[in-house]
Design a protein around this ligand. Structure first.
Ligand code: BES
Ligand code: MN
Ligand code: ZN
Length: 497
């Protein structure tokens, strides 16, 4: 979808559709009033008759509105004025775009940034409009043999700012929104692909393709190199699969030479059957999403490259499958990680931490300013936080606060859980330096405790996205989270430096 930005009166727009908002008490936003006045109270008549009550997210299409230059007007309900906050704004944009997408209009001018959203500036509204709009028209049809050609999808949205002197800032916000939305789409596309197509090798190819045409460096470490690095833990998971493992390393050198990079580490299990500790059959297909951490890292790099963000960032993606096999890890097996620490594998389904630990050790060589890993790590996180917030655990409170703040700003929220020493007890092993599981209690925390043993050299945070990276049920599909959070976090770092 294309976007552009203007500052002009709604009644003067020559377009397929003008979108304006109405609150629940029939109070019109300024653009709505302008349309109403030009049309000789055509809109207020409709509101009085009760055809549109302004309920949050409701929509009504009007044709041939008198004296206007557009083919249609789309009225969108904004709900109660005092409740018009982040969530309502996003819902309104989503409803508007969905309504537009089902009409014959392929372009529209959208006047929703006029309504005040508590604590939010125009730039925020523009950025959110772009990301929510892209989200709302997203479809994954790559794997269907026929595309739906009867549809006339929405192709172009013109956004509006109130004053001409806001155009430059509005344009920058729009560009940010577009870069982020493209990163989100990339993450979703990769994640929605099935495991037989999105293999570790495929992820590596996609990373390489991303580097072409962008100022990114990519290196893919193969099995032999991983052996030379002594990544015994990562390799132990990979050996149960016919697909060779890949360690993908991306570098965006946008910042000054010598600036310590932020390192993003993404879990890239392209399918998690559980290994010998086999998962139950129900919904096992969803374990193709076990590479959503990796997909989010690639999505962030896409956005970084497009924005040419002046900061140094390294991405590390350990990618492999977790399958049952004659050569797979067995419960009780003991492996030696790259750090030298030994691990007793009591459950082969706790494989994410086994591949991440070696990637975290590898991260040290970049002398990172901070390391953030992103992983669909524990079912326990879905139980604890549901599908709204990603789990956040960190060994550095200031870093945790930065990430929490970035989540709040973008409505891609995270919630912090404790990483107290007391929980480390649960990982004790009779036979190795540690076990790879810590029992049922506090499963998200003990998983993070495990990772923390490999992240001692630097400031580190862990995002458990098991509940937020995809949706199940009839809307099954990847969400592209937490690309927006991460890009915001990096933009925040740029601003501070
Ligand atoms: N990829 C899963 C975590 C997961 C499960 C994410 C369900 C989303 C939905 C991970 O590899 C896993 O299997 N974790 C185990 C850990 C347990 C064996 C300690 C889990 O959460 O059950
Ligand atoms: Mn698993
Ligand atoms: Zn997994």
């Amino acid at each position: 979808m294309e976007f552009s930005i203007k500052s002009g009166s709604p009644e003067k727009q020559r377009t397929a559709c003008v979108v304006v908002g109405v609150f629940e008490n029939r109070k019109q936003t300024l653009p709505c009033e302008l349309m109403d006045r030009t049309s000789g109270s055509y809109i207020s008549d409709i509101l009085r008759r009760g055809d549109m009550d302004g309920k949050l997210g409701s929509t009504l299409i009007l044709h041939n509105v008198p004296n206007t230059l557009c083919d249609r007007v789309l009225l969108v309900g904004l709900g109660k004025e005092r409740d018009f906050k982040d969530k309502a704004f996003r819902q309104v944009v989503a409803s508007a775009v969905k309504a537009l997408d089902s009409t014959g209009a392929t372009e529209a001018a959208i006047y929703l940034t006029e309504a005040p959203v508590k604590r939010r500036e125009m730039e925020w509204k523009i950025e959110q409009t772009v990301t929510v709009a892209m989200e709302s028209v997203y479809r994954f049809e790559q794997m269907k043999s026929k595309q739906d050609e009867s549809r006339r999808p929405l192709r172009k949205l013109v956004l509006n700012v109130t004053r001409r002197n806001e155009l430059a800032q509005g344009e920058a916000a729009m560009a940010r929104g577009m870069a982020i939305a493209e990163g989100v789409s990339l993450a979703k596309n990769l994640a929605n692909l099935p495991g037989n197509i999105c293999t570790p090798a495929y992820l590596a190819e996609q990373a390489q393709a991303l580097a072409v045409g962008n100022k990114l460096r990519v290196e893919v470490l193969e099995q032999a190199q991983l052996e030379a690095l002594k990544m015994g833990s990562f390799l132990s998971v990979a050996k149960g699969s016919r697909q060779p493992p890949k360690l993908i390393v991306l570098e965006h050198a946008g910042g000054p030479k010598g600036q310590k990079p932020v390192v993003l580490v993404g879990k890239g299990i392209t399918f998690d059957a559980g290994g010998i500790s086999l998962k139950p059959a129900a919904e096992m297909d969803e374990m193709k999403y076990d590479m959503c951490g990796a997909a989010s890292v690639l999505g962030v790099f896409k956005a970084l490259a497009q924005l040419e963000l002046p900061i140094n960032v390294v991405g590390i993606i350990p990618a492999c499958e977790n399958l049952p096999d004659g050569n797979a890890n067995k419960p009780g097996d003991i492996v030696t990680s790259m750090s030298g620490q030994t691990i007793e594998i009591l459950n082969t389904d706790a494989e994410g931490r086994l591949i991440l630990c070696d990637a975290l050790t590898y991260a040290s060589r970049f002398e990172p300013a901070a390391v953030v890993d992103i992983a669909t790590l524990t079912g326990a996180c879905v139980i604890a936080l549901g599908h709204q917030a990603s789990g956040l655990l960190s060994n550095h409170d200031a870093l945790a606060r930065e990430l929490l703040h970035a989540g709040d700003e973008t409505c891609d929220r995270a919630w912090q859980l404790p990483l107290w020493d007391e929980y480390q007890e649960q990982l004790k092993s009779n036979f190795a330096d540690m076990a790879n599981i810590g029992g049922r209690a506090g499963g998200t925390i003990t998983a993070a405790c495990f990772l923390s043993k490999f992240a001692k050299d630097y400031d580190w945070a862990h995002l458990d996205i098991a509940g937020t990276a995809w949706k199940s049920g009839k809307d099954k599909g990847a969400t592209g989270r937490p690309v927006h959070l991460l890009v915001q976090f990096l933009m925040g770092r740029v601003q501070k430096s």
